[in-house]
Design a binder for this molecule. Structure first.
Ligand code: C5P
Length: 219
């Protein structure tokens, strides 16, 4: 690998959690650390790519030579991704909240004698599926999938349903959120590779080598 392999390639990377407000002080989110997405952004930038890291709130430094766009909600993350188009590739690593509260209260919600409030949720946009299926589709679209059972079958179905080119699937019953190591199945149209357990930075390096090879073949 060389530091110039991806020069001239714009690559969108989503990372971290999204945060969906309920009222001025409360929200729905998840435990995503952002580690895997940031490692991928870092590895791609080290090969010269023009990386646009669209990130939910995480406590990680921005990797060298990466342009970071901070967002909070899924809708903002989607809009920020679309603003970065046209792009050569998109790698969706963010743990996007599946739902958001239908309405956000302007004031802090108060306890009441009527009992607890009912949260009405709306489905969030699927950023990976949107990027995969749109007219201005990046040439290479890559997703991640966390599964707890029947990893290969569910991951293959997810790859087809979303319309992405590659999917990296991991068994979250084995690897907890926030850890430094990861183990994935690497699924493409051509088949499935079982990658060994490794550091998230090593996985990022291996994935970015695949990206380099893809663009070399494509010319
Ligand atoms: O459907 P599921 O959440 O398992 O899919 C995971 C993949 O889809 C990840 O690549 C994630 O970043 C992406 N995703 C997304 N927008 C959503 C939900 C998931 O981009 N609303």
């Amino acid at each position: 690998g060389k530091t110039t392999d991806l020069v001239g390639r714009r690559i969108i990377v989503t990372a971290g959690p999204t945060v969906e407000p309920i009222d001025p002080v409360r929200f729905i989110s998840n435990h995503s650390s952002g580690l895997q997405g940031y490692a991928i952004a870092s590895a791609l930038a080290a090969k010269g790519a023009d990386v646009r890291l669209v990130s939910g709130p995480v406590s990680l430094p921005t990797p060298p030579s990466v342009q970071r766009i901070n967002v909070r909600t899924a809708e903002d993350m989607k809009a920020a991704c679309l603003e970065q188009l046209p792009a050569d590739a998109a790698i969706c690593v963010a743990a996007v909240s599946d739902w958001r509260p239908e309405s956000v209260s302007n004031r802090k919600m108060k306890k009441s004698a009527d009992g607890p409030p009912t949260l009405i949720l709306r489905e969030n946009p699927d950023i990976l599926a949107t990027l995969s299926q749109m007219k201005e589709r990046p040439t290479l679209v890559i997703g991640f999938a966390a599964e707890t059972d029947d990893l290969r079958k569910h991951a293959e179905q997810k790859r087809r349903r979303k319309g992405c080119d590659w999917l990296l699937a991991n068994d979250v019953s084995k690897h907890r959120f926030g850890g430094h190591r990861n183990q994935v199945l690497f699924l493409t149209e051509m088949g499935t590779e079982d990658w060994p357990e490794m550091d998230k930075s090593a996985l990022a390096e291996r994935l970015s080598e695949q990206v380099v090879a893809f663009f070399q073949k494509q010319g």
